[in-house]
Design a protein. Sequence first.
Length: 366
Amino acid sequence: MKNYLNFENEIKDLENEIEKLKDPYNQSGLSEVDTNKISKIQNDLDEKLKSIYSNLDPWQTTMVARHEDRPKSKFFIDNLFEDFISLSGDRHYGEDKSVLTGFAKFNGQSVLVIGQEKGENLDSRIERNFGMMRPEGYRKTIRLMEMADKFKIPVISFIDTPGAYPGVGAEERGQAEAIAKSIECCMKLNIPTIAVIIGEGGSGGAIALASASKVLMLENAIYSVISPEGCATILWRDPKKMLDAAKAMKLSAKDLLELKVIDEIIPEPLGGAHRDRNLILSSVRESISKNLIIFKEMTADEILDQRKNKFLKIGREKGFITNPESLTTLETKRNIMDQFFNRDKKKIYFATGFILMMTVLMIFIL
């Protein structure tokens, strides 16, 4: 049974009509399949999908990113990689089932695969904690990323989480510290790292694994520091203003590419990734392959410099750096105070001396 979002009612009606026409013994009493009518309705359906999905507002995009039928990390891991060997445990506390980790082959190349997994049904979602990682999950990924770095194996991460788990136990075990250490680890790696945001990229829970050499994002995924509902609750004390919050947050792939927070948008099938899993699988495979090749001839130092400078340049291209396209240097412009002091040194020395002299004179007089 297909699941539909609240703005897809017309799509639902058209698809139900097509299903009825395909069945010659349906309740309408038809005795033969009317292929001409099916073809006409299918064209109407395609036009309706194009009309709706080419004009999604940020809140509708958020709903698509959270769609329960959307392909999850396990789907991509099972179908993109060969010889996947799952590895578990953080060697400190225990296992976190909300993140899948292990080594595998991608196009014949050894890679470390990390995937935040929400689950496909209620039981698996509870088991996976709805994709919300605990400290032991981040410490597990740190352990494996450091191992991958030692053996020069690239890292491919799939991001899909509403955020890190905020429970009392997680906080007691050092949730914030684990996230910070994970970000630090990602930034220090001397190997290529590719993060693919496939659904929700929520807050520090996502950034902890998305601090990568290349950040790719599915067309209808989202990536933000807080959920629209949480933002609306904080700013306006009204979670119903999530549309206003979603617009202000610039959480869509298009906005984030413009801001250079991400590096590439992976196009989705018409109507979302869940409507054609084979097509989105092909698109993700092609994008990962293309981006891995970029680092083939780069040295470890060049890979590290590329990642560090990529993040340092975010939001700084208007007046903060002299050469925004450079991957090896990030020179900060001299600020106004430096220019002032260098230009008027004599005047400043004279003024300072005069003030000191007058101060001493006033002390003696009083």
